[in-house]
Design a protein around this ligand. Structure first.
Ligand code: 5GP
Length: 212
């Protein structure tokens, strides 16, 4: 008996956006842990590395000049200026991962996600929401990493991001991390289950009827 074969699937573009403090890093880290084959789109940035961040893994850390040169050569499928630094996604590495059949996870800001849709319209665009303004404020203050002014700024940015949440395909409310994670992984799996991910599979399946 031949081995039952799994159908070939196209790589999925999975984009996750959230206001700062919503818990995006926790959920994306868990997804990558559970599904280690998911590729990650390593962005280019002009901001300096933080403690523990490695070049080529968390980001490609580049000078402003290099970023601007790449941008003028059209190497980015999206870019944005966030908190006075440039961030961008290089198109080719993403295409390479997708062509190899890998899913690709993007952790980018809302402006970037809107631009990315032009290049990858069939992606899954997910938005994480805080359960309330009060809870987001509590979490941002609780992190203890930001000055009161920075917390204020992040809260104001959150409003702008939430105003654009309506353009996303899926919402996950991060009220309780375990529940939110289950919902987030369902979004990922549902994205993979769409007929458009199974390139040519139906034709091949029907061919078996013709041959049989
Ligand atoms: P951080 O500097 O804290 O790592 O990231 C700041 C913000 O920039 C986050 O909202 C993150 O999602 C976003 N970001 C990271 N990489 C990119 C990118 O390539 N493009 C865009 N548009 N935003 C990015």
């Amino acid at each position: 008996m031949p081995e039952p074969k799994s159908p070939e699937r196209k790589g999925l573009v999975l984009v996750v956006c959230a206001p700062s403090g919503t818990g995006k890093s926790t959920l994306t880290a868990r997804l990558r842990e559970e599904f280690p084959d998911i590729g990650f789109s390593v962005s280019y940035t002009t901001r300096p590395p933080r403690e523990g961040e490695r070049d080529g893994e968390h980001y490609h850390f580049v000078s402003r000049d290099r970023f601007i040169a790449m941008r003028s050569r059209g190497e980015f499928c999206e870019w944005a200026e966030v908190h006075d630094n440039f961030y961008g996604t290089a198109t080719q590495p993403v295409r390479d991962m997708l062509e190899a059949g890998s899913d690709v996870l993007f952790d980018i800001d809302v402006q970037g996600a809107m631009q990315l849709r032009r290049t990858f319209p069939e992606g899954v665009y997910a938005f994480l929401l805080p359960p309330s303004r009060e809870e987001l404020l509590r979490r941002l203050k609780g992190r203890g990493t930001d000055s009161p002014e920075a917390v204020e700024r992040r809260m104001e940015n959150a409003r702008g991001e939430l105003e654009r949440a309506g353009s996303f395909d899926f919402w996950v409310v991060n009220d309780e991390v375990e529940r939110a994670y289950q919902e987030f992984r369902s979004v990922y799996l549902a994205g993979k289950a769409r007929p458009m991910q199974y390139e040519g599979m139906l034709d091949e399946l029907l061919e078996e009827w013709n041959d049989g």
